[in-house]
Design a protein around this ligand. Structure first.
Ligand SMILES: *[C@@H]1O[C@H](CO)[C@@H](O)[C@H](O)[C@H]1NC(C)=O
Ligand SMILES: *[C@@H]1O[C@H](CO)[C@@H](O)[C@H](O)[C@H]1NC(C)=O
Ligand SMILES: *[C@@H]1O[C@H](CO)[C@@H](O)[C@H](O)[C@H]1NC(C)=O
Ligand SMILES: *[C@@H]1O[C@H](CO)[C@@H](O)[C@H](O)[C@H]1NC(C)=O
Length: 245
């Protein structure tokens, strides 16, 4: 038995050279192939680095913040802005929601905005598109929106670095309807909540709008146009106007 075993083991050593060469050649081909694949991967990584690295950089900033308490569906609507004008310090990972109150004059949007601003961490910046040059074109609008949502817009309603929601009030006749396509794109791309606030009673809405434009042109309140009345006397004057329209 032992003699037989040793014979079996020794047998391959005496085999001809050809099978060994075949195995060697196979190993070499495999080695070259693996090297080739590695080189190819390194090349593609370098080639695509300009775009993919930028993307990664943005991702890394976001990944530093723990979004585990946020529902999956809400993740595109939650942001971690990085303001240019100040540092969010310990609140850098507080998620921020973006909103815009879309409304018409005299529908209670001022009251609604005051209500929002009464929360310490909510900032609604008022009618920032009241100025014409800010809504001259989509580029100008996007610039303003970027500043507001990056927390770099300063108004009396601006809050602290721990803001949890930021937005503003936007009247439909302040460029919303004219530039609606660009605005909808921006809202979708940046996850902005659009809050529509209208009077439910259509006839009252119409009367409000008429009274507003009448007041704007005639200015019966001591020659000033007031979109909001602040005293009983002013209310009475406007009331008499509305009944005379
Ligand atoms: C995120 O926070 C949760 C608790 O709110 C914790 O269980 C989890 O480990 C945290 N994840 C990371 C990556 O820090
Ligand atoms: C405002 O934000 C701070 C910091 O995140 C938080 O501690 C505080 O509870 C918030 N205030 C309210 C009223 O939610
Ligand atoms: C957009 O409007 C701003 C402000 O009025 C102006 O400076 C800018 O040139 C305009 N841009 C375009 C592309 O029309
Ligand atoms: C108009 O001005 C006068 C004088 O300043 C003031 O007494 C009055 O209350 C004003 N009326 C209104 C409606 O603002």
């Amino acid at each position: 038995m032992e003699a037989n075993d040793s014979l079996v083991i020794k047998a391959p050593k005496k085999s001809p050279l050809l099978p060994r060469l075949v195995v060697l050649a196979f190993a070499m081909v495999c080695g070259v192939y693996i090297c080739f694949i590695c080189l190819k991967q390194i090349n593609t990584n370098n080639g695509g680095s300009t775009t993919s690295n930028k993307f990664l950089d943005v991702k890394v900033v976001h990944q530093l913040c723990n979004s585990s308490g946020i529902e999956q569906w809400e993740i595109p609507l939650v942001h971690y802005p990085n303001p240019v004008t100040f540092s969010r310090e310990e609140c850098v990972c507080n998620p921020v929601r973006y909103f815009a109150i879309l409304s018409m004059q005299r529908s209670g949007s001022g009251w609604f905005e005051t209500l929002m601003n009464s929360h310490i961490n909510v900032s609604s910046n008022g009618e920032i598109f009241g100025k014409k040059d800010r809504r001259a074109n989509v580029t100008a609008i996007v610039n303003v929106l970027d500043r507001v949502y990056n927390l770099d817009w300063f108004s009396s309603a601006s809050k602290n670095e721990c803001n949890a929601a930021v937005g503003f009030k936007w009247m439909l006749n302040q460029g919303v309807l004219e530039h609606h396509e660009g605005i909808v794109d921006y809202f979708n791309m940046n996850g902005v909540h659009a809050i529509f606030l209208f009077r439910r009673n259509l006839i009252r809405r119409l009367i409000s709008v008429l009274a507003n434009s009448y007041d704007k042109s005639k200015k019966p309140l001591n020659g000033t146009h007031k979109s909001h009345v602040h005293s009983v006397a002013e209310v009475l004057i406007l009331n008499s106007l509305i009944s005379s329209i």
